[in-house]
Structures are given as C-alpha cells and as structure tokens.
Write a protein that binds this ligand. Structure first.
Ligand code: MF3
Ligand code: CO
Ligand code: CO
Length: 278
C-alpha cells in the first residue's frame, strides 16, 4: 500500500511541512556543499579588475560539468546562468555579463550546485582590488551578522531567534536588513520550508529541530532596506543606490547546534580575512 503523502512527488514543496533529514541527507548535503564551496574558492583568484562576471560564470559552469554537478540556477525560471553576480548596490540576483569588474567594486557570487540530487547553496563577497573603508565595514558587518545567525541556529531556539540576532548586529552598526529576500529550506529541493527571515523577534517563528536543513543568507545595506527589481526581471538593487552585501551558508540543525555544510576548504569564505593570510 502507498499512502497519499508518500505518493506526492518528492520534488514539490509541501506547504506547512518542514522536512527533517537523517544521516543520508546530511551526507548528501556535505558532498554537494563541499563542491559548491570549492568552486567559490577557485573564483577567489579570478576576481580582479577587468575580469567580466561572464568569465566567472563560465568557470563555475565548467567546474560543475567536470565534477558531475549541475548549477541549480541554469534554466531555473528562465534564468540562463550558473551563478548570480551582484555588484555594489545590487542586492542579489545580478546577471553575469561581459562588462569588466572595476577596482573598488564589491561583488557577491552566489552558486548552488546539485550533486546526486542534493543542493549546496552558498554565496560570498569578493573585493575587486582595493576597496573603500565603508565597503570593507559593510562586508565585516554582513559576515558578523551571519555568524550571529549561525550562533542562534540550534534546537531550543526558533527561526525568529536567527533573524533577531542578524538584525541586532546590522542595525547596531546603523546598517539595514533587506526584507524582500529570505533564507530557505534546502536539500533535495532548491527552495523548501522553512523561510528564514533575517530580521524578527526572538522566540517567534518555527522551533528549530535536529534534521532541519536550510540556508542563512543575510543581505545588508549601508542605507535603507528597500529594494527594487530592474526591468530584466531579476536584478534587485537598493532603492537609494547605497552599497549592499550578502553571504550565505547551507546548514543542518544537529542535536547540539548546527553543521555548516558550505565551509570553504581553503578558508576563503570571508574575503577580508583570506586576504590578510595571503
Ligand atoms: N542561490 C540563490 C539563493 O540563495 C537563488 C538564485 S535564484 C536565481 O536562493 F534565479 F536568481 F538564480
Ligand atoms: Co544562494
Ligand atoms: Co539560498
């Protein structure tokens, strides 16, 4: 006998149901996410003034192809690229193109690789040459906000605790949290339940349970939090054109805390720290 629930296609998000994954899911996520992190590591040395973001897209595509993985964004809802490249005031979903990066730019590269059906989703900031002190501060605060979110991601807490921790860090530095895009459940789906808001009230939302797998991906602005979407239908920019930064990990909730699946093998996740040690 097969029950109604079991008969549902595995590839569909079920409203109100948060999947709890076991050892197999964690192992699948480890492998997919390690590959994503390795690809983002490889891009580190290519990000330089004059390099077009389309070149980064090509490198990511070829890396996926050579490693038996598929970029999740390729042909996703009409998107035609392997990565998103979000420069300066672009908040997220920037489209790779043939224009060269310029000295002083800050660019987020967001990559999701599908390996054996599991989705490893991560993004990082890359400084192009020398960047301004205010851009550096924005990146520092964005990474600190993700760290605060990770510290709150454990059983006994709720999704609202994660958002509140992120918001406190960003607003404590007089920066703002983007409301329009959220972290998400991930696993054998690109975007699953739960939604992870990067702002909120402690104790609200969904209680965190071992086996939940989701992303945390705060977008922090130097100015106001409001965004608009450009006419290409994808590119989200800050309405006030102030700088925006983002970083993203895929994690799994464990009995005692969480496991970060998208750890950088070369310790290159935080570009400012990575530069100091090179
Ligand atoms: N990887 C992004 C995320 O963090 C999603 C990119 S969707 C795209 O969820 F359509 F822009 F590609
Ligand atoms: Co992503
Ligand atoms: Co994501």
């Amino acid at each position: 006998m097969i029950t109604y629930v079991e008969a549902q296609p595995k590839s569909r998000r079920t409203p109100g149901v948060i999947p709890l994954h076991g050892a197999e899911g964690f192992e699948g996520m480890r492998k997919a996410s390690a590959l994503t992190a390795q690809a983002l590591d490889i891009l580190f040395d290519f990000v330089e003034p004059g390099v077009p973001t389309a070149k980064l897209d090509q490198i990511a595509y070829e890396f996926a192809r050579d490693n038996g993985a598929v970029p999740a964004t390729l042909f996703y809802k009409g998107y035609r690229h392997s990565i998103c490249t979000s420069i300066n005031h672009v908040v997220c979903h920037g489209i790779p193109d043939d224009r060269g990066l310029r000295e002083g730019d800050i660019v987020n590269v967001d990559l999701t690789l599908i390996l054996d059906g599991w989705y490893g989703d991560s993004s990082r900031m890359y400084p192009v040459g020398e960047i301004s002190r205010k851009a550096e501060r924005l990146i520092e605060v964005t990474y600190a906000s993700l760290e605060a979110g990770l510290a709150a991601a454990r059983p006994g807490n709720t999704t609202g605790d994660i958002g509140a921790a992120i918001q406190a860090v960003a607003e404590g530095e007089r920066m703002s949290v983007v409301r329009d895009f959220v972290g998400h459940g991930v696993g054998r789906l690109f975007h699953d339940e739960p939604n992870i808001l990067h702002f909120g009230t402690p104790g609200t939302g969904v209680p965190l349970k071992p086996g939940m797998i989701f992303t945390i991906e705060p977008m922090i602005n130097l100015g106001k939090p409001h965004v608009k979407i450009l006419s290409d239908g994808w590119t989200a920019v800050t309405r006030d054109r102030t700088l925006s930064a983002q970083c993203e990990h895929s994690i799994g909730i464990t009995e005692t805390g969480n496991e970060v699946f998208t750890v950088s093998p070369g310790s290159l996740f935080n570009p400012l720290e990575a530069r100091k040690s090179r």
